[in-house]
Design a protein around this ligand. Sequence first.
Ligand SMILES: Cc1cc2nc3c(=O)[nH]c(=O)nc-3n(C[C@H](O)[C@H](O)[C@H](O)COP(=O)(O)OP(=O)(O)OC[C@H]3O[C@@H](n4cnc5c(N)ncnc54)[C@H](O)[C@@H]3O)c2cc1C
Length: 460
Amino acid sequence: MPTAYDCIVVGAGLAGLVAARDLHRKGYRVLVLEAQDRLGGRMVGQALPSGQWIDFGGQWIGPTQDRFRALLDEYGVRRFPFHTEGKKVLVFEGKRYEFDGFFEGFPEGEPPPVSPEEWQDAMTAWERFDALAKTLPPGHPRRNDHTQALDRQTFSQWIEANTTTAFGHWYFAYMVRTVGFLGPAEPGQVSLLHVLWGHVCASQAEYPEAELIHGGAGQIPAKLAAELGQKVRLGEPVLRIVQSGDGLEVETTQGRFAGQYAVVAMPPHLAGRISYDPPLPPLRAQLTQRMPMGCCAKVLVSYDRPFWRDRGLAGLAIGNCPWIELCADSSDPATGVGVIAAFIVGDRYGAWRALPEEGRRAAVLADLASYFGTEALAPVSYDEADWPSNPWIGGGYAAFMPPGVWTSYGEALAAPVGRIYWAGTEMAERWPGFFDGAVRTGEAAAAAIHTRITAGDSDG
Ligand SMILES: Cc1cc2nc3c(=O)[nH]c(=O)nc-3n(C[C@H](O)[C@H](O)[C@H](O)COP(=O)(O)OP(=O)(O)OC[C@H]3O[C@@H](n4cnc5c(N)ncnc54)[C@H](O)[C@@H]3O)c2cc1C
């Protein structure tokens, strides 16, 4: 089969589209193959009849997420500050508190009015956690005695050993169930090393939820794809990649395409479902069996106005309610409509998913009423994004490392295999789990292929 493409990109999420766009701009012949009949992967949204938009996947952006910000600037996409004015709400063990400060559960400003012992317990443990994280150098964790000792433990073990109160315990469990780079996972499922590493390279202290995008993040994939035109084929899952000395062949459900290089741009567990000839190196094959996606549904509930602001509330609430541990005001000030984004994560997801449709809705609205009052029971719209049910994603926000995986298999995470490069937010060394990490890996894969082609390396 004649080589038709310089690079075939598998997956039209943010990482894949960035890789394809960069190579296309350098004059290379590219083809993008996407399994779903839509673009964007975990970056997808919808406009509501009210004029407000909602994002089913990612939505926030932070001030130090340079590569994603540069992409938005390039397309002239405007942002607005995440609304945090007003009192935040904490519901803990059935008690409801309102307070200032306390950005998404991390220590800043005025503490929530739990008892001083409980708050001190959480903060003392936080200092230990922060100090331990600082012992890790930047970049992907490498195997040594220190990282192996950390990687042997679950985060749950660390929480047990470092907190003494129910609040201190929940504070850290909440963190792994809601924060971007951590899956979300239950504390007993994730490696302590992974949690510490995430705190180094994708820290909440850098405010990754500082801004939202007018019109939603879901508009970005179409902007990237517009540059690529007919080079993107949707509804065409890749089944197999065959590499030979002078190129590779990518087989989909509908045909076969020949190219020089491939970028497989998706979470590792999905990359592992593709068949490879020759087979993947054993470490990479093992890794793809050991990096599960987080367990998360996102629910978007809209109201005719952000009614919580009338009561002096920010619309940001956390707590150990039955279903929703985190929800946040996602209203675009340009529309006047009120939108709350709510997350059902970890073990709560399974029980919620088992409810009938009406039961799920009632469960979410009841928790929103606990946080914001009974007006929450009468929304204008209610939409669920059930990420674990999407077979081409398998969960959200991102994949995470259980104990032992970083130090036994981590070196295979981003290493290319012959003519195949890996992209996707999970491969990022900075902002993994976030849009910014996805952009970085797409850019890096395109740059590596460009370097290789210009160096005249054609033997794979
Ligand atoms: C609920 C939720 C909330 C989030 N919140 C935020 C946030 O506020 N801020 C933030 O920065 N990030 C957030 N994220 C994370 C962010 O959405 C992701 O990091 C990013 O979109 C990942 O992009 P990607 O290209 O790496 O992967 P993906 O978007 O997963 O793209 C992979 C693509 O590969 C395709 N694919 C899979 N298998 C095949 C195959 N065999 N053949 C062809 N195609 C295939 C998939 O269909 C998909 O389109 C959130 C994610 C979720 C789910």
